[in-house]
Design a protein around this ligand. Structure first.
Ligand code: SDX
Length: 430
């Protein structure tokens, strides 16, 4: 007997099917609700609404669990690397050594932008935000690959389209940084791995290569890996929304970049460091800021704290915090912002306001501090997040591409505007 839920509306009682995910998460399937009752549901911010079924990532917000294709993030953080995790997310299993080598080669073969793309970079003002450049240039790059829009080719050529996007997002990001500093752009080197090549394109000089350090490369690769996917967050839902109209992969990712940019989402890592810098500049030990963050009239939030799903410590924040300490020890580096962040975390976790609301550090609370130590400028932090999230966006795009009866995403609304209005000639209006 399949599980169902009963709904009574006035004298009408209907049964709605209950479905359960592979981790036994329950859901009421309301696909037939409007047809059978005329009612829709309303859910501010989609906090109680599942938009899809997905096999990619599982989060248990109460227990602070995150798994990519069933593998705990803690294991992947310790034992895997970003490119291997990208394959896992996109293809649903860990790659064989041959698959990994082939994927790595495909990323290398597709890491250069079309030469004509350089003209687009020239057109941006130096102070252009790199997220604006990234979103624009992903779409600009798609213009050189007309096959992206071809229904058959989109499936047959998915491997090269996805390799181009995953590899070029890194090249575009580094070029935008060099352009913003008036530096000559540096091309990727075929012999360098994913994260090394990004550091090379960002920080090498025409006359001297960036001195790679394993601990720095590992820290950046870990940051990319920890950001690789996170189920139906704001930007991934945006990617799926755009993909559902059968727009191409690059257009869907470019839309994801725009959604990620906001300070409530992927822009929070930049906002956290700006918050810590302001606290430091105010010679505040954090207590004044926490007091203001609790006072709604102040319009301040403890950025990097809180999460729509996690009602416990974000497992990624725990890993990044430790990686921060390890990196600082290895580089014999210190940063007053790390000390302030730890003071803030301790105070907030002991404060009833945050405890009652189950507000814990999220992935963005410590990530910016690591990125500062790697020499990455603050405005580039959301771009690093976007590079890391690209495999998750590609994997979600692929789920829609391969769904046999994929439907366009088109939510309903409840209209609350004016009724029964007529046109009024301009000279009769007040
Ligand atoms: C990411 O979804 C994902 O998976 C996202 C992400 C991913 O990997 O894709 O994990 C990445 O975006 C992490 C979140 C980064 N954003 C921030 O750090 C910005 C600061 N955090 C908040 O703005 C907030 O916590 C959100 C946006 C993350 C979640 O917002 P919700 O779920 O809509 O919660 P809410 O705004 O309704 O807050 C509930 C209560 C409110 O107080 P009351 O009205 O109950 O009195 O908690 C308060 C809020 O005022 N609150 C905070 C707070 N976050 C929530 N108060 C102070 N500081 C905060 N950070």
């Amino acid at each position: 007997m399949s599980e169902s839920a009963k709904l009574t509306i006035g004298s009408q009682e209907i049964e709605l099917p209950v479905i359960r995910g592979s981790e036994d998460e329950p859901a009421i399937d309301i696909s037939k609700l409007r047809a059978s009752t005329g009612f829709i549901t309303l859910d501010d911010g989609y906090g109680n609404t599942g938009s899809c079924k997905s096999d990619i990532t599982f989060i248990d917000g109460e227990k602070g669990i995150l798994r990519y294709r069933g593998i705990p993030i803690e294991e992947l953080a310790e034992k895997s690397r970003f490119v291997e995790v990208a394959w896992l997310l996109i293809h649903g299993k860990l790659p064989t050594s041959e698959e990994l080598r082939g994927f790595s080669d495909l990323l290398t073969q597709n890491q250069n932008l079309h030469e004509d793309m350089k003209h687009h970079f020239e057109a941006f003002p130096a102070m252009a935000h790199p997220m604006a450049i990234l979103s624009s240039m992903i779409n600009a790059s798609s213009c050189f690959y007309p096959g992206l829009n071809d229904k058959e080719l989109r499936v047959d050529r998915f491997p090269i389209h996805s390799a181009r996007l995953l590899s070029q997002v890194r090249t575009i990001a580094a070029f935008s940084y060099r352009k913003s500093r008036g530096l000559p752009i540096l091309y990727p080197k075929p012999e360098l791995k994913y994260s090394e090549n990004f550091l090379h394109m960002m920080f090498s000089e025409p006359y001297r290569d960036y001195q790679m350090s394993d601990v720095v490369v590992r820290a950046l690769d870990l940051i990319f890996l920890l950001h690789a996917d996170h189920e139906q967050n704001c930007s991934t839902s945006t990617v799926r929304m755009v993909a559902s109209s059968q727009a191409n992969m690059f257009a869907s990712a470019a839309a994801g970049v725009c959604a990620l940019w906001g300070p409530l989402h992927g822009g929070a890592n930049q906002a956290v460091v700006e918050m810590l810098e302001a606290i430091h500049a105010d010679s505040d030990d954090g207590s004044r800021f926490i007091r203001d963050a609790k006072d709604k009239t102040k319009g301040k939030r403890l950025m990097g704290f809180g999460h729509r799903v996690y009602r416990n410590y974000d497992p990624r924040a725990r890993i990044i915090k430790k990686a921060c300490d390890d990196l600082f020890d290895a580089l014999e580096h210190s940063d007053p912002l790390l000390d302030i962040a730890k003071t803030l975390e301790k105070a907030a976790l002991e404060d009833d306001y945050f405890i009652e609301r189950k507000l814990y550090p999220n992935v963005d609370f410590y990530s910016g501090i690591i990125l500062r130590a790697l020499g990455i400028p603050t405005e580039m932090f959301p771009v690093i997040f976007a590079i890391g999230r690209m495999p998750g966006w590609i994997a979600n795009f692929k789920e829609i591409l391969e769904e046999p009866h994929s439907r366009i995403y088109r939510p309903r609304q409840i209209y609350t505007g004016q009724v029964n209005q007529s046109y009024v000639p301009v000279d009769e209006r007040s």
